[in-house]
Write a protein of this length. Structure first.
Length: 422
């Protein structure tokens, strides 16, 4: 019997995994500078949490959720995103009683039953950040700035920050009406999904991926022309802050996002190097969601980065060179193996990656293996070395070699290798 991973689900192996580690550790570092603390929320939640927040008429809820009854018959869903869970956790754990803003980040797998293609998977990973309790545009700018700093520190260039405002409950009705008026003459030409969306949630027509609907919506009303005074002020202040902070951005008036919880600011960071799935990160404000989940009135904003797409962009800049052993101890004979075990532990205690040639093969084949592993040093322990007490060391990068007392070897190698594995 031969098993394989499910469609759209992947193993993450060396050397790629080192890029993942780099991205995740840099995210931790930058988030902590900006005061975002880590939260770990469950991978499974009650289905209503996602239906209510993401929206019953979104693609995610209509077609993409991994939903199943648990053994007690409750409807459970594998999380398709992190925001809804963090909002639930924020309310359930009374985090709103702490001083605002409360800022959190998370990282982990998300699940969407999408048609797999380049940059689109069924299990994918996000690094997300959410900030609660402050509604001013300065926070929007801070969040975007954190995202920009993170992407730049990873060495990614040529990214496009697309921004929009989709207004609030005050401006939405007039925009909704304008959309209905605009689409009504060619309602029958829209895809069947959009014909349903026309009645249930016309904003979603702007997010449809069907080519015909994309063409039909060119010339559709722009949400930014319908913003109320407060939303307009918010958006204009944000745009001027982005200028002050030198965050290059473009206005994208059809950026309504695929999730229903957004209010005011929406944004996506896109790259031409990603093909059709070009958003590496996306987010926005969701000032009503905490309240809709039964919490106090709490404005909030956040984003999520798609780690797989981030890794694609990091790879464009060069393949990672995986870490390799600091020392390979080649052994000849049983007594040498015992001595090498002691030396290897001494080296590891000092933070070095030490490997031992346990397989009893010839010295030549053990040194060949050390080379293939890209070990920096080899140490040879055979009968001669054991009787003389002197061990031979070899620098496999520059070919230098010498002998040293076995008891001093760990100290000696420590002084030569300036970069122990951390
Ligand atoms: P989203 O736009 O659905 O937003 O996803 C954010 C990012 O996750 C996308 O820009 C993309 O990089 C990545 N992504 C999404 N779906 C897939 C997939 N099937 N395969 C690979 N990568 C994918 C959210 O999830 C919101 N929770 C973001 C947010 C946080 N808004 C406010 N706070």
């Amino acid at each position: 019997m031969k098993f394989s991973a499910l469609k759209g689900v992947h193993d993450i192996l060396p050397p790629d995994v080192y890029l993942w580690q780099r991205a995740e550790s840099l995210a931790r570092e930058i988030c902590s500078i900006y005061g975002f603390q880590e939260v770990r929320v469950p991978l499974i939640e009650s289905t209503d949490i996602f239906t209510r927040s993401i929206g019953a008429t979104t693609d995610i809820v209509e077609k993409e959720m991994y939903t199943f009854p648990d053994r007690a018959g409750r409807s459970i869903t594998l999380r398709p995103e992190g925001t809804a869970s963090v909002v639930r956790a924020y309310i359930e754990n009374h985090l709103h009683t702490l001083p605002s803003p409360q800022k959190f980040f998370y990282s982990g797998p998300m699940f969407r039953y999408e048609r797999p293609q380049k940059g689109r998977f069924r299990q994918f990973h996000q690094i997300g950040a959410e900030a609660f309790g402050v509604g001013v545009p300065e926070l929007d700018a801070e969040v975007l700035s954190m995202l920009r700093v993170f992407l730049e520190k990873l060495g990614l260039r040529g990214l496009n920050f697309e921004v929009n405002s989709i207004g609030c409950d005050d401006c939405r009705p007039a925009f909704r009406k304008a959309l209905l008026d605009f689409f009504s003459p060619f309602l029958n030409d829209l895809c069947p999904d959009c014909q349903r969306r026309y009645a249930s949630n016309p904003l979603r027509i702007l997010d449809c991926k069907v080519e015909r609907c994309i063409q039909l919506r060119s010339g559709a009303p722009r949400v930014t022309d319908f913003l109320c005074g407060a939303c307009r002020d918010h958006f204009e202040t944000l745009l001027s802050l982005l200028d002050v902070l030198h965050i290059p951005h473009t206005l994208n008036p059809v950026l309504v996002r695929g999730l229903d919880y957004y209010t005011r600011t929406t944004f996506e960071v896109t790259s031409e190097h990603l093909g059709s799935q070009k958003a590496v990160a996306a987010g926005g404000r969701y000032d009503k969601l905490v309240e809709e989940f039964g919490g106090p009135k709490t404005p909030a904003i956040g984003f999520a980065i798609g780690i797989e797409r981030l890794i694609t962009l990091m790879k464009e800049r060069g393949e990672p060179s995986p870490p390799s052993p600091d020392v390979f101890i080649a052994t000849l004979g049983r007594r040498a193996v015992i001595k090498s075990a002691v030396l290897a532990e001494e080296l590891r205690a000092r933070g070095f990656w030490a490997e031992v040639g346990y397989d009893g093969s010839s010295l030549k084949s053990q040194l060949r293996k050390a080379d293939r592993l890209s070990s920096r040093y080899a140490v040879i322990i055979g009968e001669d070395e054991l009787s003389s007490g002197k061990l031979t060391w070899k620098n496999l990068r520059d070919g230098t070699q010498g002998e040293i007392d076995g008891n001093d070897m760990a100290e000696f190698l420590s002084s030569l290798s300036r970069h122990p594995q951390s």
